[in-house]
Design a protein around this ligand. Sequence first.
Ligand code: F6P
Length: 341
Amino acid sequence: MKVGIMTGGGDAPGLNGVIESATKYLNQNGVEVVGIVDGFEGIFDLNTIDLNRSRVDGAYQTSGTILGTSNKRGIGEDAEEFIEKFNELGLDGLIAAGGDGTFQALGAVSDKINILGIPKTIDNDLAGTDMTFGHHTASSLISKSIATLKHSANAHKRVMILETMGRTAGWLALNGGRAGYSDAILLPEKELDMQAFVADCKEKLSNGRRGLVICVSEGVKYQGKSSIKKIVEGAPEQERLGGISDILANALEKELSVECRNVILGHLQRSEPPEIFDQLFSMELGAKAAELAMEGVWNKGLAYKNCGIKSVELNEFCAPPRRVNLDIEEVRHARGLGIYI
Ligand code: F6P
C-alpha cells in the first residue's frame, strides 16, 4: 500500500506531529508513505517526497509543516486532472490535514479517491469537531502576551490593545484572553457597543487601575465594518482581516484621554512550537488516520468529540464555521471575574 500525506490551508502548530505520527505508524506496518509538497499544488505538479521514520523523526516539536502548505490554490474546475495526477502517483489513499477550504475542495474528488481528513486550524472554528490542534498553543501565546503587556500598560498608565487572529470566530480571543485575565475581550460574535465598552474602561481606570490590557479578535467590526487587510485573489477564503486594534486604540484614546497602543500578534500565533497538548493531540490524530488506512476505512474525517477522537463524515467539516455562543458558561464566568465581554 502507498499513502500520501498532505497539509493544506494556513499552518497550525501540530501539523508536523500528524505527519510524524502517521508516517511512523504506517512505516511500522510496511506501508510506503510519500509527502505531497505545498498542498494541492504537489498533486498537480507531481511533487512528492519520500517519508520514513528517520526523515520525520523529531518533526513533532516544530511548528509550520515540513511538507509546505498553501491557502491560495483549491481544486476548482480541475477535479479530473487532480484524480489523474493522484493515480499517476500510484497512491492508494490520501491523509489530508486541512481546514474548511481544504475539505470543501476535496469534496469534488472524494467519490473517486480514498481520503482521510484531519481538521486543523488555530481558530478552533471548524464545524464537525469540538477542537482543533494548534488552538491551545496559539491561545497560550495570547495569554502570555497579555501578561507581558500588563507591565508596560501599568508602567505608562496606558491601555494596550492586543489583536488576535480567528477570522469570524472569537475562540482565540476568548480562550487566550481568559487565560491571561485581560480586562476586556471583544468578540466578533457580539456587536461592539462602544459606549458600554468605554464606560467599563473608565470604571476600571477610576478604581485605581494604572493600565488596562484589552484582547480583541480581528473579526470585530467597528461601526459595522470589518477591518480587511488584504484580498488574496483565487484563494478559497479571499479576505484577510487585520487592523481593528489600531482603529480601536485611536477611538478609545479620544474617549478616555488616556494613551492607547495596539499590538497585532499576527502569524506568531501560528509559529510557536506546539505545546504538549497539541503534541499529543496531533500524535493521536496521525496514528488514528494510519490505523483506519490499515483497516481500509476511507472517506472519513477525524473529529474530537466527548474527549476522544471519533470518525465522522468528511463533509461535516464543510458546514459554516463554529462560532462562540455568548451563553456558554465560560463567558458567564469571565464576566463574573470582571472581564468585559
Ligand atoms: O485561519 C487561520 C488564520 O490564521 C486566521 O486566523 C487568519 O485570519 C488567517 O489565517 C491569516 O491568513 P494568511 O496566512 O493568509 O495571512
